[in-house]
Design a protein around this ligand. Structure first.
Ligand SMILES: [Zn+2]
Length: 163
């Protein structure tokens, strides 16, 4: 009989093909508005198109499945100044990034705070959070985060003392 603390390998242990991993659950988000205020001049800017962006988010550890956010967002044109812009998604993800900020922050913490090597951090993110991030991508994030702090190293937070 299995007891508490028994070692049970992850169900995906040994899978070598990405196609064999559990399929992501899709969660839809809408940032689709009929009009927004122009960023440059403040005039009302009507919607002229709708686009969508897929972001890999932290997965669902209960079902063991990844979660992808599909965010639909509107694009706007200002009739006064001619400026074009899309609705701001920067709170969800950095421009052009395939992952949410939540995933990025967690990945950087695993390396900068917990001292995990990149490959171990990549496996941890998959095993415990069901998001697949190649370790080279994590390395890019950590290096970018390190460049923003004095000394060029990712900031290490003091660990809480035991007891
Ligand atoms: Zn304008």
């Amino acid at each position: 009989m299995l007891g508490p603390g028994e070692y049970v390998p992850d169900v995906t242990e040994g899978i070598t093909r990405v196609e064999d991993l559990p399929r992501p659950r899709i969660e839809r988000r809408s940032r689709n508005y009929p009009a927004r205020r122009c960023r440059r001049c403040g005039h009302r800017a009507g919607r002229y198109a709708v686009a969508a962006r897929t972001l890999h988010d932290l997965g669902d550890p209960r079902s063991g499945r990844p979660v992808d956010l599909v965010v639909s967002y509107s694009k706007h044109r200002c009739p006064r100044c001619g400026c074009h812009f899309s609705v701001d998604l920067a709170d969800l993800a950095l421009p052009k990034c395939l992952y949410t900020r939540r995933v990025q922050r967690l990945a950087v913490r695993l390396v900068a705070e917990d001292g995990l090597p990149y490959q171990a951090a990549s496996w941890h993110l998959w095993r415990d959070h069901r998001v697949f991030v190649p370790y080279a991508t994590i390395q890019n994030w950590v290096e970018a985060a390190g460049e923003k702090t004095p000394g060029g190293h990712a900031r290490r937070l003091p660990r809480p003392s035991a007891g």
